[in-house]
Design a protein around this ligand. Structure first.
Ligand SMILES: Cc1cc2nc3c(=O)[nH]c(=O)nc-3n(C[C@H](O)[C@H](O)[C@H](O)COP(=O)(O)O)c2cc1C
Length: 357
C-alpha cells in the first residue's frame, strides 16, 4: 500500500517520502530580491520533506507580484540562493524553485513598472504594495511579438535556478498569476494565437514549459495548476476541456510532475489525473480555505492515485512535519499574523516537537 512514508522516484531524484512542502511566499527577501541567511535556515529546518518547493520567485522585475519576494533574474540573486540550496542539501533535502510571474497581479509602486497581462483587464481586488493594499491596476496588454519573451523568462530563470543549486523548478501556472491569466476566459480576451480557442489559451503555458524543458530538462521541470480556481478574478468557462488539452500537451513534454490544487470538484480532478500519465503532486484542500492539509486528506488522495502530497500551512509551524505525521504527533498551529511579516519571528522560531516528561 502506498503511504506518505514510502520513497518515490521523481525525475532524476529519489525522494525518501511523499511529503512535499508546498510553495509559500513569506516575503522576507532582502533588497534587490536577494535570498538571505534566514531563508537558508528556514528551508534547511524543513529538509526532511521529500521535496521542498520554494516560495514564488520572480523571473524578471516586471514579473514581481509582491514587495519582499525573491528573484532569479540577476547574478546577485543567483549567488544569494546558493546558501539556501547548500543548506537544504547539507541537511539531506531536495528543493525546486517555484517560478512565479505575477502578470497583472502587480503594481508600479512595487517594482516601478506598469504590469502586463494578456489583455487590459485588471485583477479583481487589491494587490499588495510597499504602502499597503491598493486597487489592482489595469495592465498593459502584451503585443503578440512580446509574448514569447515572457514565456522564455521562465526558462531563463530555470537556468539560473539550476546554476544556483536548485534540483529543478516548478512553473507557477496557478492562482491567477500570468500563466493562469492566459488560461483564463475572462482575463485573456486576445484574438491572436495566444487567445480565443482552448488551443490559443493554453499556448503560453505550453511554450513556457517547452522552453524550460529545453533549458534544464524535463526531469527538472514541474508545473502547478489550479483548474477552475477563481483567484484574483480569473474565470475558466471550460475547465475539463481546457485542462484536458493542456495536460495532453504537457504529457508530450514528459515533465517531472504536475502539481494540482483541489480547486475543482473531485470527479473533475480524477478525470484530469487519468489524462496525465506522469507523477501527480496533489494539494488536497482549497488554498487559503478554512481547512489545512492534514494526514487524512493526504491518505485520501494517495488512495485516489496521487503520487505525492503537498502540505503548506502545516509546514510553517512544524519544521519536522514529516516526523510528526509519521509518529502521529500533534501538529502545531501557525500564527497567521507572521505569514507575511515578522522577520525571524514566526519564521525560524517554531521548534521541532519536544517531548516533555
Ligand atoms: C503564507 C502562504 C503563502 C503562499 N504562497 C504561495 C506561493 O508563493 N505559491 C503558490 O503556488 N502557492 C502559495 N500558497 C498556497 C499554498 O501552496 C497551498 O496551496 C495552500 O496553503 C493550501 O494548502 P495547505 O492547506 O496545506 O496550507 C501560499 C499559502 C500560504 C499560507
Amino acid at each position: 500500500m502506498t503511504t506518505l512514508f514510502t520513497g518515490f522516484r521523481l525525475g532524476g531524484l529519489q525522494l525518501p517520502n511523499r511529503v512535499v512542502m508546498a510553495p509559500m511566499s513569506r516575503v522576507r527577501a532582502a533588497e534587490g530580491g536577494l535570498a538571505t541567511p534566514s531563508m537558508a535556515r528556514y528551508y534547511a529546518q524543513r529538509a526532511t520533506a521529500g521535496l521542498i518547493v520554494s516560495e514564488g520567485v520572480q523571473p524578471s522585475l516586471i514579473g514581481q507580484s509582491n514587495p519582499g519576494t525573491p528573484g532569479l533574474h540577476t547574478d546577485e540573486q543567483v549567488a544569494s540562493w546558493r546558501q539556501v540550496t547548500e543548506a537544504v542539501h547539507t541537511n539531506g533535502g531536495r528543493i525546486f524553485a517555484q517560478i512565479m510571474h505575477g502578470g497583472r497581479v502587480s503594481h508600479p509602486d512595487t517594482n516601478g513598472l506598469r504590469p502586463v497581462g494578456p489583455s487590459a483587464v485588471p485583477a479583481t481586488g487589491e494587490v499588495f504594495t510597499p504602502t499597503g493594499p491598493q486597487p489592482a491596476p489595469v495592465p498593459r496588454a502584451l503585443d503578440t511579438a512580446e509574448v514569447p519573451e515572457h514565456a522564455a523568462s521562465y526558462a531563463e530563470a530555470a537556468r539560473r535556478a539550476v546554476d544556483a543549486g536548485f534540483d529543478g523548478v516548478e512553473l507557477h501556472g496557478a492562482n491567477g498569476y500570468l500563466i493562469s491569466q492566459f488560461l483564463s476566459s475572462n482575463a485573456n480576451l486576445r484574438t491572436d494565437r495566444y487567445g480565443g480557442s482552448v488551443a490559443g489559451r493554453i499556448r503560453f503555458a505550453v511554450e513556457a514549459a517547452a522552453a524550460t524543458v529545453d533549458a534544464v530538462g524535463a526531469e527538472r521541470t514541474g508545473i502547478r495548476l489550479s483548474p477552475g480556481g477563481g483567484f484574483w478574478g480569473v474565470e475558466e468557462s471550460d475547465v475539463p476541456e481546457l485542462y484536458t488539452a493542456l495536460l495532453t500537451e504537457l504529457s508530450g513534454l514528459g515533465l517531472a510532475y504536475v502539481h494540482l490544487e483541489a480547486t475543482a470538484p473531485e470527479e473533475t480532478l480524477l478525470a484530469l489525473r487519468r489524462t496525465w500519465p506522469g507523477a501527480l503532486v496533489m494539494n488536497p484542500v482549497l488554498p487559503m480555505g478554512a481547512k489545512q492539509t492534514g494526514r487524512s486528506e493526504a491518505d485520501h488522495w494517495l488512495g485516489l492515485g496521487a503520487d505525492l502530497i503537498s502540505f503548506g500551512r502545516a509546514f510553517i509551524a512544524n519544521p519536522d512535519l514529516v516526523e510528526r505525521l509519521r509518529t502521529d504527533l500533534p501538529i502545531a498551529p501557525a500564527d497567521e499574523a507572521t505569514y507575511f511579516q515578522g522577520g525571524d519571528d514566526g519564521y525560524l522560531t517554531y521548534p521541532a516537537y519536544q517531548y516533555t516528561a
